[in-house]
Design a protein around this ligand. Structure first.
Ligand code: B12
Ligand code: SF4
Length: 533
């Protein structure tokens, strides 16, 4: 059997293209004896070069992983595959296929089957049945066409033991000449968060306790294999919440850190936390995680007040968000990246002000993108359901339209959001976010290397300079946003955009120059600088 997974690049997947979902499917199929499995990347139907390469040969099964932003191109490419190779079985998995699998099959004739939830076993059973030309009627978790009828089989239970899975293939990394900024690792599946805007499926279409974690040894074995094979040291843990579920979860990540340190793997990594899980009593664990390589933490703060947090169905409250920011401030090696939803369908003016005050007041407001972010409503989320019930979004959602369009309750919020969406198109707004992370990476790694050395004071002075510029930017951003808030009807967006662009450029230049002088000075004196990737 010849099997191909096409990763359709769109949204954030353009910048870092590794897709762990299909990498897991590939390694699982290979373990089961299907060795002819490939992964190819295509931007879309207009990406002739990659598409031609993907369709050079005929495959028995072609699989796509679906997310809202990529659906249109997935269908376009699916049609191209079917046109050229009518006998190829086209299947889809991932989030859109999980929640809209039946509709996808009803609407798009090129698709033969869709799968719900975790795909390893379902995909294997589909391929086995296709090879033997058997019916799909006994495969759990699959929806398929039979005599023009769409049949949805019962859901499959979640896998219990993730340690039995083979490590995901790294074909995409090799396809890119081993030049990724980081490799992704999935140490657990499922999340106890249940945020109202999240379409993570685990535990919804597949029943059982939704969180499952790999053993610390199994996780470290994978990292060690990658370090040895590729001499690669930067990792992104894609776990929904690294420390889930509760105390057991904290013990588990402590043990992962232990394994990574014991094996002297010398890696750097980032992961996601939920604010409500972290307390002062976790300082020792945090120190340990840092020693094992933790340098970035992503937290979904999402709102500056409890009203917003409740409307978004967050478990955390403002006090939790504030507490974790304060706690992490004591660990300068850690950078906080975060999710923040300035505008959501029920936002009122006070919320916008509270949000702005939160971003500024907690000292994390140097990245202005967070002031402009509007909630993307994905299908099958709690917020979608609520909006539908209230008649606030069109019921006839078009699968290929990406996210839902929705109306705000308050016309002024709507106007501020419209202005913000225009400002989001400024390239510098995005550039600074990446720039800031890279500066931090430099700082974090220099601190690890030199914090007990004779250049400690120079390093501290450089960090203080960068933090000073960040603080100026945070103040500027707050004033910039509040100007839009106070003078919404008089704002000239083009003028505002030009000013903002210039401001960000100037601040980036200040930090870059300082970093260059600092680095050159150290290099001249024989000190080695750290890699940012
Ligand atoms: C890491 C991550 C990313 C990474 C990597 C992308 C990737 N998909 O690998 C980056 C940062 C690039 C990214 C980008 C985006 N992401 Co993202 N991302 C995640 C995250 C946190 C984890 C995904 C992961 O690696 N899981 C681990 C692997 C093992 O599981 P998996 O990918 O789900 O795959 C399993 C099953 O889904 C299934 N399966 C998957 N594909 C296929 C294909 C076939 C044929 C079959 C049979 C089965 C199958 O089997 C796999 C193994 O069990 C999830 C949230 C979550 N907790 O799930 C969001 C999530 C998937 N992302 C989401 C979104 C919205 C995006 C973006 C649109 C953001 C943006 N605005 O650009 C882009 C879309 C990119 C694209 N073209 O698809 C949404 C999807 C919502 C939706 N309904 O579409 C999620 C659910 C988060 C959320 N907010 O709800 N993302
Ligand atoms: S914490 Fe993250 S993964 Fe978990 S439900 Fe919330 S948004 Fe989804």
């Amino acid at each position: 059997m010849k099997i191909l997974f096409i990763v359709v690049l769109g949204g954030d997947l353009v910048r870092s293209t590794e897709h762990l979902g299909v990498a897991y499917l590939s390694s699982y199929l290979q373990e089961k004896g299907y060795t002819d499995v490939s992964i190819k990347e295509v931007f879309g139907i207009a990406d002739k070069k990659n598409l031609e390469d993907a369709l050079k040969e005929e495959y028995d099964v072609v699989g796509f992983s679906t997310t809202c932003v990529a659906m249109r191109e997935i269908i376009n490419i699916g049609n191209a595959v079917k046109e050229k190779y009518p006998n190829t079985h086209i299947t889809m998995g991932g989030h859109m296929a999980t929640f809209w699998g039946k509709e996808i099959l009803e609407r798009y004739s090129c698709v033969d089957s869709t799968m719900r939830g975790e795909g390893e076993i379902t995909c294997y059973e589909l391929i086995k049945a296709t090879e033997k030309k058997e019916s799909l009627e006994n495969i759990e978790g699959i929806t398929y066409k039979q005599n023009n009828e769409v049949i949805a089989n019962p859901d499959r239970l979640l896998m219990k033991d993730l340690d039995v899975l083979p490590f995901p293939v790294r074909n995409q990394f090799e396809l890119h000449d081993n030049r990724f900024q980081y490799l992704r690792i999935c140490s657990s599946r499922g999340c106890l968060g249940k945020c109202g805007f999240c379409s993570s499926y685990v535990g919804r279409t597949q029943k059982d306790f939704c969180w499952r974690g790999r053993s610390p040894k199994n996780v470290a074995d994978e990292v060690e294999e990658l370090v040895k094979k590729y001499n690669f040291h930067t990792y992104d843990f894609v776990d929904s919440t690294f420390e889930d579920p509760g105390e057991f979860g904290k013990q588990r990540i402590g043990q992962i850190a232990h394994e990574l340190i014991d094996r002297d793997l010398n890696i750097f990594y980032n992961c996601c936390f939920r604010a409500e899980d972290w307390y002062d009593s976790d300082r020792e664990l945090l120190r340990f995680l840092i020693d094992s390589g933790l340098e970035k933490v992503n937290i979904g703060f999402e709102s500056g007040n409890d009203r917003g947090l409740k409307l978004l169905y967050k478990r955390a409250r403002s006090k939790d968000n504030q507490r974790v920011i304060k706690l992490l401030a004591d660990f300068p090696e850690i950078y906080i990246t975060f999710g923040f939803i300035m505008f959501h369908p029920d936002s009122i003016l006070e919320d916008l002000k509270d949000n702005a005050d939160f971003l500024y007041g907690t000292g994390i407001g140097q990245v202005i993108r967070h002031y402009f972010w509007k909630l993307e409503v994905y299908p099958a989320t709690a917020i979608e359901e609520k909006l539908k019930k209230a008649g606030r979004i069109t019921v006839d959602y078009d699968i290929c339209d990406g996210m839902y369009a929705y109306e705000f309750l308050n016309p002024k919020v709507s106007k501020i959001s419209d202005i913000s969406q225009k400002l989001l198109s400024i390239q510098e707004v995005w550039d600074f976010e990446i720039f800031d992370i890279l500066v931090h990476t430099f700082i974090s790694r220099m601190l690890r290397k030199y914090s007990n050395s004779e250049i400690k004071d120079e390093l501290d002075e450089f960090i203080a300079y960068v933090n000073g510029v960040r603080a100026e930017m945070a103040k500027y951003n707050h004033e910039f946003f509040m100007d839009i808030y106070d003078h919404t009807d008089e704002i000239d967006v083009d003028e505002k955009a030009a000013v903002l662009k210039q401001h960000i450029k100037e601040k980036m230049a200040l930090i870059s120059n300082k970093e260059y002088r600092f680095g050159m000075n150290l290099k001249r004196r024989g000190y080695e600088l750290v890699q940012k990737y």
